[in-house]
Design a protein around this ligand. Structure first.
Ligand SMILES: [Zn+2]
Length: 308
């Protein structure tokens, strides 16, 4: 039988019947070679920079891997398109960081890059054996994001209604005392995750969402990325501070706030090993102020364009 993935350890994770037969992005192209979910350059550079040859898989110290998962998911044209999205981030940010140079600022290209990875994370998670028992729930939560991202990546729409928040790890090292940081974990790890949750005005006891809001997040070495539906933080009580990094895209660079660490701790379900957050007071990350959200939906257009 033909192998589904690039490594034996990943073979058992995917459901064979769920594997694609045509390109998942354009839906018509013939499948090309194994394509990485997290781009190949990431592991290659982290190996070089850390002088390690293999990494823990899913933070499991029993399982060491020498590569991130790859499976046949796209045609050559679509794979090539994704490679062009990688170029700016790889050359101007990632490689510069690990060469000890000052990385260039985030720009528009990084938005496309982050959306392309978020889309790959949804498309691959859908095919995991672990997802199968809750397949319908997964689809209800993530299929809208998947199709909006796919249409955007296929140039069929101009906006994909998801915001990209980027966090360079330097923002953490500059603001958190050294003894609370696991330096190796912060610099040389890759992580990825999907989480979904309902929101409510918890003080007024009003449900504000009927379906779970999806969060797609990943960390590739020196950068964390959070992909959220537009206006995700509107009405939140916790303090998230960011600067818009693009005129045309919903792309933001996060600043350090203690609440950001609390949010990350919650998002990673207690597996935020890079930073010790024991002194950070946790808040409700599912609470939103109802009038703020209503104003956004029914109020002036101005509120929609205000950065959070
Ligand atoms: Zn294609």
């Amino acid at each position: 039988m033909e192998k589904l993935t690039n490594l034996g350890i990943y073979e058992e994770l995917f459901k064979a019947e769920k594997m694609p037969t045509k390109c998942l992005l354009c839906k018509t192209g013939e499948l090309d070679e194994l394509g990485h979910i997290i781009p190949k350059f990431v592991m290659r550079w982290l190996k070089r920079a850390s002088k390690l040859n293999s990494f823990y898989f899913n933070n499991d110290r029993e399982k060491m891997v020498a590569d991130t998962p790859a499976f046949k998911m796209m045609c050559k044209t679509c794979e090539d398109k994704f490679s062009t999205f990688e170029k700016y981030f790889t050359d101007e940010i990632f490689k510069k960081y690990y060469r000890g140079k000052t990385p260039s600022p985030i720009d528009d290209e990084v938005y496309n890059f982050a959306i392309s990875i978020a889309w790959r994370l949804i498309a691959s998670t859908e095919r995991l054996k672990d997802t199968q028992p809750k397949e319908n729930t997964f689809e209800a939560i993530y299929s809208l994001s998947e199709s909006m991202m796919r249409d955007y990546l296929n140039n069929e729409t101009e906006k994909c209604h998801h915001s990209v928040y980027a966090l360079p790890i330097d923002k953490l090292t500059k603001n958190i005392s050294k003894n609370l940081i696991d330096d190796n974990a912060l610099k040389y790890t890759i992580r990825q995750g999907l989480k979904a949750h309902l929101i409510a005005d918890e003080r007024r006891g009003i449900a504000l969402s009927f379906i779970h809001l999806p969060i797609i997040h990943f960390k590739i070495g020196c950068y964390y990325f959070f992909i959220l539906q537009d206006n995700y933080f509107a009405g939140a009580d916790f303090e998230i501070s960011s600067t818009k990094a693009s005129k045309s895209k919903e792309l933001y660079v996060l600043d350090y706030t203690p609440d950001l660490l609390g949010f990350m701790e919650w998002l990673m379900d207690g597996h935020f090993f890079e930073v010790n957050t024991k002194d950070i007071p946790l808040k409700s990350y599912t609470h939103r102020d109802a009038p703020t959200l209503w104003n956004l939906v029914f109020g002036s257009n101005k509120a929609q364009s205000d950065p959070v």
